[in-house]
Design a protein around this ligand. Sequence first.
Ligand code: UD1
Ligand code: CA
Length: 484
Amino acid sequence: MSQSSKRRVAVVLAAGKGTRMRSKYPKPLFEVAGRPMLHWVINAAREAGCERCLVVVGHQSELLKAAFADQDDIVWVTQEQQLGTGHALAQAEPHLVGEAGTTEEVTLLVLNGDVPGVRASTLNGLAEAAERGWGAMAAAELDEPGRLGRVLADGHRLERIVEAADASPEQLEIRLINAGLYAMPAPSVFDYLRQLSTDNAQGELYLTDALGSAAASAESGGVEVVRLEDADEALGINDRRDLAKVHRVLIERHHESLMADGVTLLDPATTSIEPSVRIGADTVIHGGVSLFGHTQVGEDCVIHQGCWVRDSQVADSVQLHPYSILDQAEVETDCNVGPFARLRPASLLQTGARVGNFVEIKNARLGQSAKANHLAYVGDADVGEDSNIGAGVVTCNYDGVNKHRTEIGKRSFVGSDTMLIAPVRVGDEATTAAGSVITDDVPDGALGVGRARQRNIPGWAEHKKTRAQGRKTRGPKADGSKKD
Ligand code: UD1
Ligand code: CA
């Protein structure tokens, strides 16, 4: 911001009914790239230096307020009846009255709440352009302008905006559209809003008409049309097809920035990494990978085909093999996970630990270099360093009422198919025999055996043959069946 620039306040218009979403939920709360669409617009306004953000809301406003309850720079403005975008902006005026009792002199960034692709740099450009004249609006050249408002301009000077519903066939041919992002001065804009009429196809008070009036006014200084280089910034969400498109735009933008920062995405088209996810340089992401939320991945990792990771911390040099799932898990350096592993909330794999196929970990720690390589369930457990969990081991943590913990010491060996009936402890350097049901603690260094002793019955094959022979000589039974 230059020294001369005026204070900036954002007004986000988000009270529309969003009828074309065909939903019982308010449109601004629909998520794109992991956050409500309204979040992206508000964030861009903040980054562009807006000191406050007035959000105009209508029906179901309680849901919106609840979703943004932690953000105290938002002022909620109610528009009881949705009479159009011009009417929506007019509702903001009482909230801009300063201590002197007059409307504050600020630059308003007026933003449609359903245009989440907007960048802060674009809003800065709009605010600066507005301060050169009266106001400014963002426009983009689209191949399929659809139902968007058409911009009639003389070079960079706006003449007026014609809504698609009101446009002539020739005007519908215009591909320059109104993005729904504007900068304009308060209090002047409110004077133009008071002159609006509903004499149009939709019977609404159009904000766009106020811009047309300001543009036409000899003394105003004119409205500058700022053309967006990236037309994706102008994409509004009116239905679920738009939602899918804008979601992909925001995801791809993040992919681009990750690649620019040294992350390899081998097949970005089948990958989905939310903008909130951080990844270190020289990490390689294969196709079909989805990374969500507060996930952080270190450097030199490889995330193979089909992994799904949410809100997890993955340190450097970790290999996530194909189709592994991590949810609120923490994985330290040099660990190997999968293929087909599942780390559930509060799982911690310490340095060099390995979790193999069809292993589920929940609320459990695997110490340094510990291994659970095949077909195991390790839940509510603590496994010491260098211990080995054999194939088919289950921590029986739930007795039908309560959960209990299993403790396994260092360098211990839990034999295949051991059932550990929690609460129970297997000591340091202890072993359990394969197939054991361990109900009592196994002391340090001991072998725990909890299974029936094997007995062998000699001549069993011969015995079976003799029995079969006997059945044949007895012939069929009276009811005709051959079975006995
Ligand atoms: C609007 C513009 C159109 C532009 C398009 C860009 C007008 C008249 N038209 O059309 O020129 O190309 O955006 O996306 O402004 N809203 C309210 N209260 C209302 C009506 C709407 O808060 O009474 C909010 C909506 O929640 C939405 C925004 O204003 O976030 C735009 O309204 P919408 O009905 O989507 O307008 P468009 O038809 O998309
Ligand atoms: Ca819209």
